[in-house]
Design a protein around this ligand. Sequence first.
Ligand SMILES: *[C@@H]1O[C@H](CO)[C@@H](O)[C@H](O)[C@H]1NC(C)=O
Ligand SMILES: *[C@@H]1O[C@H](CO)[C@@H](O)[C@H](O)[C@H]1NC(C)=O
Ligand SMILES: *[C@@H]1O[C@H](CO)[C@@H](O)[C@H](O)[C@H]1NC(C)=O
Ligand SMILES: *[C@@H]1O[C@H](CO)[C@@H](O)[C@H](O)[C@H]1NC(C)=O
Length: 766
Amino acid sequence: QDSERPGLVLSGDDQDVLLMQKGTMMRKVRSKNWKKLRYFRLKEDGMTVWHARQNILKCHKCIIISISDVETVRNGHESEVLRSLAEEFPLEQGFTIVFHGRRSNLDLVANSVEEAQIWMKGLQLLVDFVTNMDQQERLDQYRWRGWDCVNNRGDKNQDGRMSFHEVQRLLRLMNVEMEQEHAFQLFQAADTSQSDTLEGQEFIEFYKALTKRVEVLELFGNFSADGQKLTLLEFVDFLQEEQKEGDHASDLALELIDRHEPSESGKLRHVLSMDGFLSYLYSKDGDIFNPSCLPIYQDMTQPLNHYYINSSHNTYLVGDQLCGQSSVEGYIRALKRGCRCVEVDVWDGPSGEPVVYHGHTLTSRILFKEVVATLAQYAFQTSDYPVILSLENHCSFEQQEIIAHHLTEILGDQLLSTTLDGQLPTQLPSPEELQKKILVKGKKLSTLEEDLEEEEELETELEGEQEPELEPQFESETQELSPRSKDKNEKKSKAILCPSLSALVIYTKTVSFYNFTHSREHYRFYELSSFSETKAKNLIKETGNEFVQHNAWQLSRVYPSGLRTDSSNYNPQEFWNAGCQMGPSVAMNVQTAGLEMDIYDGLFRQNGGCGYVLKPEFLRDTHSSFHPERPISPFKAQTLQIQVISGQQLPKVDKTKEGSIVDPLVRVEIFGVRPDTTRQETSYVENNGFNPYWGQTLCFHLLVPELAMLRFLVKDYNWTSRNDFIGQYTLPWTCMQQGYRHIHLLSKDGTSLHPASLFVHICMLE
Ligand SMILES: *[C@@H]1O[C@H](CO)[C@@H](O)[C@H](O)[C@H]1NC(C)=O
Ligand SMILES: *[C@@H]1O[C@H](CO)[C@@H](O)[C@H](O)[C@H]1NC(C)=O
Ligand SMILES: *[C@@H]1O[C@H](CO)[C@@H](O)[C@H](O)[C@H]1NC(C)=O
Ligand SMILES: *[C@@H]1O[C@H](CO)[C@@H](O)[C@H](O)[C@H]1NC(C)=O
């Protein structure tokens, strides 16, 4: 297992990487009390780090970290755990490895500042290297690795021949997962000398047979006159007829040949070989997700309430809602992933400092000012668009003043503390106008109009020592505070909202909801209401059209109902259909992988992952006739034909079971308005995860495609129990490309399952 892969080609000045390959002892820190010395070493391949109890040469019981799983490296100052040990170890000696998905961070302390620097710089270099590799380079790397392995390493005893055992080992090194029986058949076919070993050309034939894509070859043959290459015109035909690329197909064809044709002479002659064709189909250009939806492509100058906003719920919790740990890590993760609305539950804390935790539960506490400092640091690292800080204030008058003080002092210019131009607007400002601003969402004593008047008065009268009017405010947000609001006997503390905090609420003032008529008559565009999941569902059923119209001029937020103490998420689609913006927020910090999270990520992957997605036009009109439960269709109904052709390298579900092979089937699920929500599946292919072929066509009729999300789910058929999850990919209908496309599958926690993919043909008919 522990044999070396050929190393990455690194330039000579990567001293850091070379030193990492020598290995060193470092302290691994899990908590204030758990800190142990471990030996860390970067393997020669530059792609894996292993750590073990001691300096060992062979990795037996060691833990392996793949560079491709690492998202980034942070310095010690940013880790709570390391900060708690600052007296023991200087923070400069510490650093944190942050992983993709929901794997927890790894905190480390090196022996010296220099050593910490070496590891931080070196790791970041490797991570950048891996993330900058695009699909093509990865493919090349596999191929290149393959040939290198053949020459140097696959052939263990260096006799120029490879036994089946050596071939299997080599495939594993090349990350080609392969069913033994299938591989053995190909091995025997390639062994023309019948020596039970492969040599030279035999191995090349074997590798070609192994990676052959029959269905792609046939497609290529259908468009290529000589079966060897696609001429420019042939390729343009393909792009127009099958891929529905339309008028720009000619320009696109040249661009794609330049990007994907491996041979220089092919590039010069403007032709595409089979290798180039496969590379195109497997790349971002051939992906089911339209690459033009990846960057920020939507109009960002519309009022805030015209967008769906990526929102997180119980942001401070890492773990479950009743006894989990509160941590600023929750905020860092949410903000770094483009989440634009975070929640803070603030309570009176000791020595006058407000604290954040989930009230009346056993969750641990963090200082409010630490949360604000985190916000100041991370709010705009991933997206420039505004962050809404949803403040659930349970504090006394005195500590509310501290809250206002911290917000003003720590956030400085980032805090939006007055309307944009000091004037009273008639609608909410746009994400564009609010760039790099943090908006406080909470209660407010006055209206914006009064605020502005007061400001004017202050300016003219200079020292007008007026007392702001104090209205007693009840904590009427009880309906917002899930589990404990069930407790009717609980004393509702009568707290007075402090004017300095109230003044920081500008465009996102929370108000109680009675009915839509009441909102229209009494509320303003900068006021917003929260709805429990159940309440929102009822409103959609009973007065869905009014809800749509309401959301075309005000923001609304839907929060999970209190019964879900396990922090599980709920299906956001229903609320998006009605135009709720801070719709269904998700608890993302916990292990809540699954359908809901997949749909959520699927929607927000578009538009640069910036956290804002423009709603369809019929949800942005205050006179809209759209009813999410009874959609009549002026909304271009469509028929969608999906041919599920084949699968590539689907991983084993249970890797511990040697030789267990999957029986894969594909289920296509549509989420949208109720009549559109449906699913269909293919039959299963027995015992083949390597290159299963289905060739089955599924057909869907959609009333409101603009709201539809598609989820491709691959499962392992099991007649005795529920089929096991293998991988999935979810995307909005509006971001889907037609024609022959690959779908690159994701794991349960949203990380890449590369090289696992599906090959499909998509066709839309009016
Ligand atoms: C290729 O063309 C044949 C004959 O028209 C057709 O039956 C087949 O489905 C085509 N194959 C692909 C992959 O398009
Ligand atoms: C809406 O709510 C207000 C306030 O509770 C109430 O006075 C009014 O009768 C309600 N209107 C409707 C149509 O239910
Ligand atoms: C949206 O936010 C969630 C957490 O709320 C995060 O997991 C996800 O990655 C974000 N999606 C995108 C594409 O920004
Ligand atoms: C099917 O599921 C059962 C129960 O989870 C399990 O014991 C069995 O091994 C599975 N069969 C296969 C072929 O994976």
